[in-house]
Write a protein that binds this ligand. Structure first.
Ligand SMILES: N[C@@H](CCC(=O)N[C@@H](CS)C(=O)NCC(=O)O)C(=O)O
Length: 269
């Protein structure tokens, strides 16, 4: 959408400015949506710069992530990726047979509109970690830290709990959520088989979506340790898949999560 309120006024042509939360201690972004967009930018090899929203700057839709590209704002991770694919001619990342496209579409719904809610359910139960070193703790000092711990985390928890209830997962018992998570993970594991990526030997946009949501499930605190144990023991190919993408596209993972630097260099020149 056209924006009269650009975050980056002296923008460079065809350079993406990604506005998102700052780095966290356990994962480069605790927002699965922002993490998805940033991973996509890396996979698609699109030049970008992160902009810290300081927990304040939101899109016209009232959320992060959003991007600014050539003086226009684009919000919602899925819409952003669709628009970037078109603008930068990255349709090879969507290049699948008609039947694989249909399966990828169904997996998109499983990941984005079902499995994602397991992590969000966990956050609705306990989001306290967001204010510790696992989350943004190291960035929160003084009055800002006090306000974040006492007000912002509580407001995030309430909001995500309400949304999880509206989606449905939030009304389930812990055992029911766990059961749903296992079924989703089994489906991903079966589709993956022994292939490097969901549809073969090359990475596609659906792998970016899968990576972002699975990484949140694996690397951020969950309501039950059984989730991680299930991934390690019952669907190890899913764990290997996440590690494969992490090592290839996030070699700076340790650096970003240790330093909170949003401008780490991830690609060798
Ligand atoms: N459908 C959106 C969801 C974005 C979203 O839920 N963002 C969260 C952070 S993970 C947010 O901005 N929450 C603040 C709020 O809704 O007030 C997308 O894909 O970008």
């Amino acid at each position: 959408m056209p924006s009269t309120n650009l975050t980056k006024r002296d923008w460079e042509k065809d350079h993406v400015y990604l506005v998102q939360f700052p780095r966290a201690g356990c994962i480069p972004s605790p927002s699965p949506y922002a993490f998805k967009v940033e991973t996509f930018l890396r996979v698609a090899d699109i030049p970008y710069t992160n902009i810290n929203n300081e927990f304040k700057k939101m899109s016209a839709r009232g959320q992060i992530p959003f991007i600014e590209l050539n003086g226009r704002q684009h919000a919602d991770s899925t819409i952003i990726i669709d628009n970037l694919t078109e603008h930068f001619h990255k349709s090879d990342l969507e290049d699948l047979s008609a039947s694989d496209k249909a399966i990828a579409r169904a997996f998109f719904a499983l990941l984005e509109h079902h499995l994602c809610w397991v992590s969000l359910y966990s956050r609705g139960q306990d989001f306290g970690w967001l204010a510790t070193d696992t989350g943004f703790g190291r960035l929160l000092t003084g009055i800002k830290g006090f306000a974040f711990k006492n007000f912002i985390v509580k407001s995030f928890t309430k909001k995500v709990r309400g949304r999880a209830a509206a989606q449905g997962m939030g009304t389930f018992s812990r055992e029911e959520v766990l059961d749903q998570a296992k079924k989703d993970l089994d489906a991903i594991s079966t589709q993956l088989g022994d292939k490097p990526y969901l549809f073969g030997s090359s990475i596609k946009t659906i792998d970016v979506t899968a990576f972002a949501h699975l990484a949140e499930l694996i690397y951020t605190p969950q309501f039950s340790p059984e989730i991680r144990a299930y991934i390690d023991e019952k669907v190890p190919n899913v764990m290997e898949y996440v590690i494969r993408i992490k090592e290839k596209y996030w070699p700076d993972w340790e650096e970003t999560t240790n330093t909170m630097n949003m401008a780490t260099v991830w690609k060798k020149a």
